[in-house]
Write a protein that binds this ligand. Structure first.
Ligand code: AMP
Length: 328
């Protein structure tokens, strides 16, 4: 599928001596895995090329994937190719120096609301961006090389963005491409230990979450974690934000929301929206956000806005339940 665009991308990679890879702010497992995995593939396949991933941002729970490259002088970016992965709009690109590069390629699996780039390859039905990178490798496997290190990065993204191959975007193709990675040798015991083992203190925080989460009349589960609570449990912003997953298996709650106050006290509250069966991204778009049908992000700036978002979600669940069968 989309072989022509992939060919164009491969030709651009071949054309440039220096390539920079970019990703989005607050990187998740998929964009970390895709950026690092793609870098490895290009480096392995074209050892004479300079490939940089200069970001400086990581997430604590993904620190095991290792650091990025050190910053280089601005003039290094000129005459080079920028490949941006997993980032729907240009404002969310974490290293804005992509603007210094000569040409920009967008590779993404979010709904393409704001197209950008000289070449854009977007497949919003893909369960992860890493799946697209593995597909890219697989399309040109006679020319490209995939090491076990690259396979580890890419498998990390496939696993994390698909909820361990559970979400609806997962297809037969997803599993075939994941299988290809396993054939390259991924240490899954090490990977799952890094991803899923939890600190004792975090278990105590989860107990607090289960105790304080609320539910609306029609089935929206939500939590609000203010800055004080984050301090009390000694939580990083990332750990506090991960609380959204604690609500993902409540029968009848088709939508669940985590509101996390920004500890820098700038008045913003991060919102993580999740749903099953029904779509949630249109709601996120009303609150400075966006994302996927079942997983989106947004930002609100007051308690009133937070309540309005919860009411909006409640109305959407109500409408969905009234008009559809088979949900749980
Ligand atoms: P999060 O809950 O922040 O992990 O976001 C879930 C999904 O929505 C991710 O794929 C994000 O890339 C996407 N997303 C989060 N915030 C935004 C935003 N402000 N605009 C567009 N997409 C977003």
């Amino acid at each position: 599928m989309n072989r022509e665009i992939k060919e164009k991308i491969l030709n651009k990679i071949k054309e440039y001596d220096r390539i920079f890879i970019f990703r989005h702010l607050r990187p998740d497992g998929d964009c970390m895995g895709a950026s690092k995995g793609l870098k490895e593939i290009i480096k392995e396949s074209f050892p004479e090329k300079q490939v940089y991933l200069i970001d400086g941002q990581t997430s604590e729970y993904l620190a095991f994937l290792g650091e990025d490259d050190r910053e280089v002088a601005d003039d290094y970016y000129a005459d080079s190719l920028a490949i941006v992965v997993d980032t729907g709009n240009m404002e969310r690109i974490s290293n804005q120096k992509f603007r210094l590069c000569e040409e920009v390629i967008k590779i993404d699996h979010h709904i393409d609301r704001t197209p950008y780039g000289d070449i854009s390859w977007v497949e919003d039905w893909r369960s992860s961006l890493c799946e697209m990178i593995v597909d890219f490798y697989n399309t040109f496997s006679d020319e490209l090389k995939l090491s076990s290190a690259a396979a580890y990065y890419l498998y990390t993204g496939m696993v994390t963005d698909s909820g361990r191959f559970r979400y609806s975007g997962v297809s037969g193709e997803t599993m075939r491409l994941a299988g290809l990675l396993l054939d390259k040798g991924v240490d899954t015991e090490n990977l799952y230990a890094n991803l899923y083992l939890d600190d004792w203190d975090n278990f105590k925080f989860k107990a607090y979450l289960y105790d304080t989460m609320k539910r609306t009349e029609n089935g929206v589960a939500y939590v609000y974690i203010d800055a004080e609570t984050q301090k009390r449990f000694n939580l990083s912003f990332e750990t506090a934000s991960a609380s959204v997953s604690a609500m993902d298996s409540i029968k009848g709650c088709l939508c669940w929301l985590a509101f996390i106050e920004n500890p820098s006290n700038d008045g913003s509250i991060r919102v993580r929206l999740r749903s099953r069966f029904m779509e949630i991204n249109t709601l996120a778009e009303q609150y400075n956000g966006g994302g996927h049908a079942n997983a989106s992000g947004a930002t609100v700036y007051s308690m009133e806005e937070m309540e309005a978002l919860i009411s909006g979600a409640d109305a959407m669940v109500k409408e969905y339940k009234e008009n559809n069968r088979g949900w749980l």
